[in-house]
Design a protein around this ligand. Sequence first.
Ligand code: AMP
Ligand code: MG
Length: 323
Amino acid sequence: MMQKEKEIGLQAVRDAMTLAHTIQNEMTGLDTLTKTDRSPVTIADFAVQASICKILSSRFPCLPIVGEEDSLAIRKPENRELFAKIAHYLKKSGLAMDEKDICACIDLGGAEPDEAYWTLDPIDGTKGFLRGEQFAIALALIRQGQVRLGILGCPNLPAASGGTLFWAVAGQGSWKVPARGNGAQPIRASVQTDPRRMKFVESYESSHSDKDTQLEISRRLQISNPPEQMDSQVKYGIVAAGSAEIYLRIPNPASPDYREKIWDHAAGSLIVEEAGGAVSDIDGKKLAFTVGKTLAGNRGILATNGKIHQRVLEIIAELAAKK
Ligand code: AMP
Ligand code: MG
């Protein structure tokens, strides 16, 4: 099951990794726009969404795509010069498209969640992408509210070798392969049970989580090193591959209305679970991919190697009770 979806999805993400990496190295400040929610979006977000949507829609015409971006911003007259750049990079990637095609392909990602659908974050961690640091291309297939296939392209993990591609199929385990090579290997979450030897990862951006509470939790666990910051779902890849034991995302009190987006967690959460790790929200509830484009029924995220999951949930509850 999922063989064709997996093969085409992997190829689409692998091609997009090269596309995104090239843009990251050549981009200037002029290639970035600010969205209405004030978050940045770049020519790479648009090029990757156009490229992956074009491939998926031609091979799976009946499967809707719920993507993060739309073409509204680049269709504004003042941003038109960005088209030439997006078209240039798509052409380099083997996809000749004019303005109309680019907009149409980006907007193929404008579907709503359905019985079965793809969800895509073309550049997860755009802020990391702009700093020249970690980002991920995240693609997942959801059917009946369950993530069935998750693919994460991490072009800078490490950059020198072209990065790493992670994927998981529900019930079939998690895998990684160098983006420029063959030889897929199964991955497993860490078997470490001693918190002092665990690695704790969190977002780089301070506004995306509650870092003070996260630091307090890592202290209570007696983890020797402070949390390590990195952008995007790369954090899930690292937990799944056994290089870190805890990824915690406590909602930032400054943005109480923020709800996590499905495309920020679908692929990564399946990859951790299929590697033997555990994923829940900070109340211990399963992530519910059944309520639209957000995880409206969940608060925050906890992904671990499984061994330390309950303990972290207990500390979160203890701290909440004190407040
Ligand atoms: P990360 O690098 O793990 O923080 O993930 C980047 C993602 O954080 C982006 O794709 C945004 O969708 C998401 N994000 C933006 N604002 C917030 C917020 N206030 N709280 C939590 N996540 C956010
Ligand atoms: Mg994202």
